[in-house]
Design a binder for this molecule. Structure first.
Ligand SMILES: *[C@@H]1O[C@H](CO)[C@@H](O)[C@H](O)[C@H]1NC(C)=O
Ligand SMILES: *[C@@H]1O[C@H](CO)[C@@H](O)[C@H](O)[C@H]1NC(C)=O
Length: 970
């Protein structure tokens, strides 16, 4: 839900859309500008090979910046499973530089592996790690990474490495800052004193007056100056280009929109270029509302990585959003490799695909292979603080990169079954009666759902962990009523605490000294939903523990075991602060500035909440917590959604690239608000959105408080039926979804995949993001345009055949084909050669389906073969981690379907049995079909055969899913 809504409707009620001027451009950010303005060329950094120290698994060597004689240490580690870790740190920093502690982003200290030194020649130090090689070019410093001697990644190939060493503020700087202060103090621009009532004035007139007072803090970029119109304030301030190197205005203090960042540590940014020779496409670094294949940023800002609450975000631009993951994947027909930059500060990433322009810097591949037609993507990574700590994941296949990334930052834990079913949310369900009415009306219309959500209005004055008792006087009974149908509730718990002496969570946190401080050392006081608020310091383990304890049934009065949680506004969103978040000089209890750790704050809120729910069940039940802000590692504590989107067709279309990027970067349990958060989408759009979301991982409808009610049963009949069919389809595919989440936890494979992840050598689909795969079996091409009744579908795969999931109509691979898609139709296709489990019995909630029988959908490939898996457990506890589950491999070949048990836990039993087997692609009606069980008993099964569709339906095999059996067709 959106932080700025109230504030901005007052301020900007005449317009709709993002207010770009509230957010910095690269040019308005002195560190970004300093790095971006560096010309490519010879790097100032050289390696001193005589200092090389080797151990079995890592090396250390001195690096010197020859321009200023500052010394650095380069460490390179060989890690298990073909991963290199490159760390560059100051040899003698005058202050500690922040490194993210183990357990926050990295699950553990990564396991090391032998790094073999192959000697020095021609100024190069050569190493190998399995079948990967690394070459350190010493003068200047450049690191090349190769797979079987073919270069795939290179650091500092363009010489853009810049590591701003720690330094003391000079007397001259101090004086400059004092002068600036006195000019500010003489104006009426004391931002701190601004009260809520005054804010309209603050945004409109005060800001521009502050702007005109400060002589030249910013320089509008060329692009902006050309765009002109929406950037009046900044454009007026166009000033001369600052000196290239050490004398930039913004190094020791910087002002944006009248807010001054005190920068006590001065300039401490780091940046380096990362080249991908041989790769035309790179992906990842979510979250941006942009295409899946990352765009060249030559004529835009770089992709920004700074967790922000961006009101009504715009599509197709590189602006920052709610969460960020500094992980990028490069893919071509031969290799897939990844780069993870382990840094929690604000980042910017420039991208150049330089097939066209080689004059800038000659291709690395040219050096090595002599082939000058090889494409290359150059990227430039810039962070405001921290160190250089880069993991290079050598793939070489997509599945390898996902496993490697998961081994570093952790995998998504298997959610309880109900959490991947349908969630009904709105800001707000008003009171207990409203909740009860929605619950009953969904049943009346035969629409299944599992979770009903309450937004901020359910609390007493936005004090989280409380209830507005005039509307929720018996929440425990309300929760019990929901649980009688297996249903759950999710309530919102945001990290800002109302500064109210009668609010226990606040007074406890204040009295125990758990709150984030402002630069002067007092509790930081900012504006959010409840008004004046403070924020617990989630960076501190003991604060996270205190927070986790608040979720016990004793501490969260009126809650129950079927209540789960949603963390919003955790970027954090602060309405009256620069860029609507913590000022960068806010202090955490350990003494670090928010600048050093900004992007992990929201993840730690999420982790602490997750821990709270774990504790509440004594570590027995799987929690569910949804978050808006995230970072690398957030996948370990559950679900993420794409924030406050709009009820527009373009936003429906954008769900695909956004979720593909999140899935690629480890955030597998992700989704977008069905219908769109803002605006009143028409019912056709809502119906189509339900269809598209059936095959996206997190399935929740949500809407803004000012929108018309739009629970699916309120839609006109024609659209209600479509939405209901979509929701029922989701329920029927839950066994497949559950398997995909099991595979996500155990292999790191994303449930939602781009086409190239499944067809890695098919170059024509590398940019494709209007269709996607769910697992390896389902191809989906949602309808994302108004009035559309047919879609053009690209069917990938040489020799692959695809079956329409409803009619079993066949499509050949490697062709683009028009497919009819009337309103009732979601174009989705099962791949020939796969077997999928479904449950076809209609139930009111997923919790009521645990024992239901399974239908197997077998789609044969051109050779009459198919394979698939079924995974079952108790669907809610952690007992599966002790082995209490069954996993079976289904194989169809030679007119025989075999169920082979891969695992069945000691004493684990399930009632789930096979109710029906549908086999598509069968060309003759079999005479007899027999079931042969493990005890060799043989039963004849009845069947029907549709000769036109070539579909065989085998009725009631009646055999348990967790037993070995064979079905023979003759
Ligand atoms: C200006 O005001 C700030 C904050 O109110 C104060 O810290 C600073 O010392 C003042 N500067 C001068 C030069 O008066
Ligand atoms: C719970 O359900 C009962 C009976 O179905 C109903 O009378 C009661 O009002 C419900 N309670 C709440 C708090 O919704």
């Amino acid at each position: 839900m959106q932080g700025l809504y109230l504030l901005l409707t007052v301020l900007f009620c005449t317009c709709f859309g993002v207010h770009r001027e509230n957010f910095r451009t690269c040019d308005q950010s002195s560190f970004c500008k300093r790095h971006r303005n560096l010309p490519p060329g010879n790097s100032d950094y050289v390696v001193q090979p005589s200092t090389l120290k080797l151990s079995k698994t890592f090396l250390t060597v001195n690096v010197l910046n020859t321009k200023n004689n500052i010394g650095f240490l380069l460490h390179v580690y060989g890690l298990k499973d073909k991963i290199f870790r490159v760390k560059l740190v100051e040899a003698q920093p005058i202050r500690h530089r922040y490194e993210i502690p183990i357990g926050v982003t990295l699950v553990a200290e990564p396991d090391q592996e032998e790094l073999v030194y192959n000697g020095e020649s021609d100024g190069q130090l050569k190493f190998s790690l399995g079948d990967s090689q690394m070459i350190i070019n010493t003068s200047p410093l450049r690191l090349d990474f190769l797979i079987n001697n073919e270069p795939v990644t290179s650091l500092n190939a363009q010489g853009l490495l810049k590591f701003e060493h720690t330094q003391e503020k000079s007397a001259e700087e101090l004086e400059k800052i004092n002068n600036l202060h006195s000019s500010l103090n003489s104006s009426d621009s004391n931002i701190d004193a601004i009260k809520r009532e005054e804010r309209p004035g603050w945004f409109s007139s005060r800001v521009s007056s502050v702007f005109s007072l400060i002589s030249q803090p910013f320089r509008a970029s060329k692009e902006e100056a050309e765009e002109g119109a929406d950037n009046d304030a900044e454009a007026e301030n166009e000033a001369e280009k600052p000196a290239e190197d050490d004398q930039d205005e913004g190094m020791w203090e910087e002002t944006f929109k009248g807010f001054t960042d005190s920068k006590p540590n001065g300039p401490v940014s780091v940046g380096v270029d990362v080249a991908f020779p041989g790769f035309r496409y790179v992906y990842g670094i979510p979250e941006h509302a942009d295409s899946f294949a990352l765009k060249n940023t030559q004529s835009t800002d770089p992709y920004r990585m700074y967790n922000l609450d961006v009101f009504e975000y715009e599509l197709y631009n590189p602006m920052a959003l709610y969460g960020h993951i500094p992980f990028m994947v490069a893919h071509n027909e031969k290799h897939t490799v990844g780069v993870f930059f382990h840094n929690a500060a604000e980042g910017w990433i420039d991208i150049r695909s330089n097939m066209a322009d080689k004059s800038v810097f000659s291709n690395l591949a040219d050096f090595v292979t002599g082939n000058n037609d090889v494409p290359q993507t150059d990227t430039h990574w810039i962070f405001e603080d921290g160190i250089i700590d880069i993991f290079v994941l050598m793939g070489p296949e997509p599945k390898d990169v996902f496993r490697q990334y998961g081994s570093l930052t952790g995998n998504t834990p298997l959610p309880p079954l109900w959490a991947i079913a349908y969630h009904q949310c709105r800001w707000n369900y008003n009171d207990q009666d409203d909740v009860r009415t929605v619950d009953l009306t969904m049943d009346k219309f035969d629409i299944p759902f599992d979770v009903l959500w309450l937004d901020i209005e359910h609390t007493d004055g936005k004090k989280y962990f409380t209830w507005d008792v005039t509307r929720f006087d018996n929440s425990v009974e309300m929760l019990r009523n929901l649980s009688s149908k297996g249903r759950k509730m999710v309530t919102i718990v945001d990290p800002h605490l109302k500064r109210d002496d009668n609010y226990e969570k606040y007074t406890q946190a204040r009295n125990q000294g758990l709150l984030v401080k402002n630069k002067d050392g007092n509790d930081f006081d900012g504006w959010c939903w409840p008004g004046s608020s403070s924020w617990p310091d989630f960076l501190e383990p003991q604060v996270r523990e205190w927070w986790a304890d608040q979720f016990s049934l004793d501490n969260y009065k009126g809650s129950a075991h079927n209540l789960y949680v949603w963390n919003d506004m955790n970027e954090p969103s602060v309405f009256n602060s620069p860029e609507i978040t913590f000022p960068k000089d806010v202090r955490h209890l350990s003494g670090v500035e928010n600048r050093e750790v900004h992007n992990i704050y929201g993840m730690l809120v999420h982790q602490a909440t997750w821990d709270g729910l774990l504790k509440r069940s004594n570590y027995k039940e799987r929690p569910f917590v949804l978050t808006r802000a995230f970072f690398a590692g957030s996948q370990r504590s559950g679900a993420v959604w794409t924030g406050d989107n709009m009820g527009e067709w373009s936003h429906l279309k954008m769900t695909i690239p956004m979720m593909l990027s999140l899935n690629l970067a480890g955030i597998h349990f992700s989704g977008a608000d069905i219908g769109g958060f803002f605006k009143n989408p028409d019912s056709e759009l809502i119906a189509r959105w339900y269809q598209a979301a059936v095959f996206q991982p997190f399935f929740r409808a949500h809407a803004h408080i000012d929108t018309k009610r739009r629970e699916p049963y309120l839609l006109p009949e024609e659209h209600m039926v479509v939405a209901r069919d979509a929701i029922k389809k989701r329920y029927s595919y839950l066994p497949y979804w559950y398997l995909l989440f099991y595979l996500s936890e155990t292999t790191g494979m994303p449930p939602m995949r781009s086409l190239w992840m499944e067809f890695p050598s098919e170059t024509s689909i590398f940019e494709r993001d209007d269709e996607f795969m769910t697992g390896n079996a389902i191809l989906v091409k949602p309808v994302t345009e108004e009035g559309q009744t047919s879609v053009s579908v690209y069917f990938p795969g040489n020799n692959v055949i695809w079956y329409d999931i409803e009619s079993y109509e066949v499509y050949q691979g490697q062709q683009e084909k028009t497919v009819q898609a009337p309103l009732s139709k979601l174009p989705a296709f099962q791949k020939g050669g796969t077997i999928i489990p479904r449950k076809m019995r209609g139930r009111r909630s997923a919790s009521l389906t645990h024992n239901d029988p399974i239908t197997l959908i077998v789609c044969l490939d051109k050779h009459g073969k198919a394979e698939g898996q079924v995974y079952v457990d108790d669907y809610h506890s952690y007992e599966y981690r002790e082995g209490a589950y069954a996993l079976s491999n289904l194989v169809f070949h030679n007119f025989k379907l075999e169920n082979n048990i891969i695992h069945k836990g000691n004493g684990f039993t399930t009632k789930e049995w096979i109710e029906r087997i549908i086999v598509a692609g069968v060309h003759t009606d079999p005479k007899n079909i027999h079931l042969v069980k493990a005890d060799h008993s043989k039963t004849t099964l009845s069947h029907t055969y549709d000769g036109q569709a070539k579909v065989l339906t085998i009725r009631k095999p009646g055999v348990n899913v967790a037993e070995k059996w064979i079905v023979n067709l003759h």
